[in-house]
Design a protein around this ligand. Structure first.
Ligand SMILES: [Fe+2]
Ligand SMILES: [Fe+2]
Length: 252
């Protein structure tokens, strides 16, 4: 990567690949691969999380010639085969992050699926029935995964990769009644402690394209249905840029 160049990331989530998608995503992936230096996949990669859907997606991804980094989404867990979905994608070179971090073209990427629970003062609290506490614990656990991934990164520039939204700003446009199922402010806490240059997520198909964390970090909702609606004349991925690291820069 030339020091004067930006590193370009093509980001998209919510592909919801089905068995019927065979042959239909290649052109899209080829365009994304051509337009960027790496591909970020923000969960709900499959529709029902079946091994067959994962195989179709893996075959479609064969046209991609740049690094591929992904997190899984809630749909990828539906058939209790998330491990197989993960392995199938890993077999074709996708780096599937679940509380881990990787470095791509000198940019650090920390990834976790995230979870639901609501935002700000409307967040579900850990109180009352054991089932409620378990639900909240799941969000806390996902936030911890994100934090431990972020803590590992020493790169100059960093991206957080999620499926669920960490802020309310990028779910706006969805019905108010379902906000609490679209993400959790608990995911924002690690982003304030370990600053990143940008956050990408999916899941909120009818949300808003962009928002900011309390710390001012841009957050991009790249759910494919949202991109298709907002950028009808373009292929549904978002190209996001970060400066390539300077060769002489001390890592901070
Ligand atoms: Fe989705
Ligand atoms: Fe989702």
């Amino acid at each position: 990567m030339n020091e004067n160049q930006d590193v370009r990331f093509a980001a998209v989530g919510d592909l919801h690949c089905t068995e019927a998608s065979a042959g239909t995503l290649r052109g899209f992936f080829a365009q994304a691969s051509e337009a960027a230096d790496a591909l970020l996949l923000c969960g709900d990669l499959t529709d029902y999380g079946t091994p067959k859907e994962a195989k179709v997606l893996a075959d479609e991804l064969s046209v991609v010639s740049v690094p591929m980094i992904a997190v899984l989404g809630n749909h990828d867990y539906e058939s209790n085969a998330a491990d197989e979905v993960r392995r199938t994608l890993q077999a074709v070179g996708v780096q599937v992050l679940d509380g881990e971090a990787v470095e791509v073209h000198g940019i650090g990427i920390a990834g976790a699926k995230g979870f639901a629970g609501g935002f700000g003062r409307a967040s579900l609290g850990s109180w009352g029935e054991a089932a409620i506490k378990q639900f909240v614990q799941e969000a806390v656990h996902e936030a911890f995964k994100l934090e431990s991934a972020l803590a590992k990164l020493r790169t100059q520039h960093r991206i957080a990769l999620l499926h669920y939204a960490p802020i309310v700003g990028t779910v706006q446009g969805e019905p108010l009644e379902i906000y609490a199922f679209l993400g959790s402010s608990r995911l924002e806490d690690p982003l304030l402690r370990y600053p990143v240059d940008m956050v990408v997520h999916g899941h909120a198909h009818r949300g808003a394209l962009e928002g900011r964390t309390m710390g001012g970090t841009p957050v991009y909702n790249v759910a494919k249905p949202l991109l298709q609606r907002c950028f009808a004349d373009q292929p549904p991925f978002r190209v996001l840029r970060l400066p390539a690291p300077r060769p002489d820069a001390a890592k901070s």
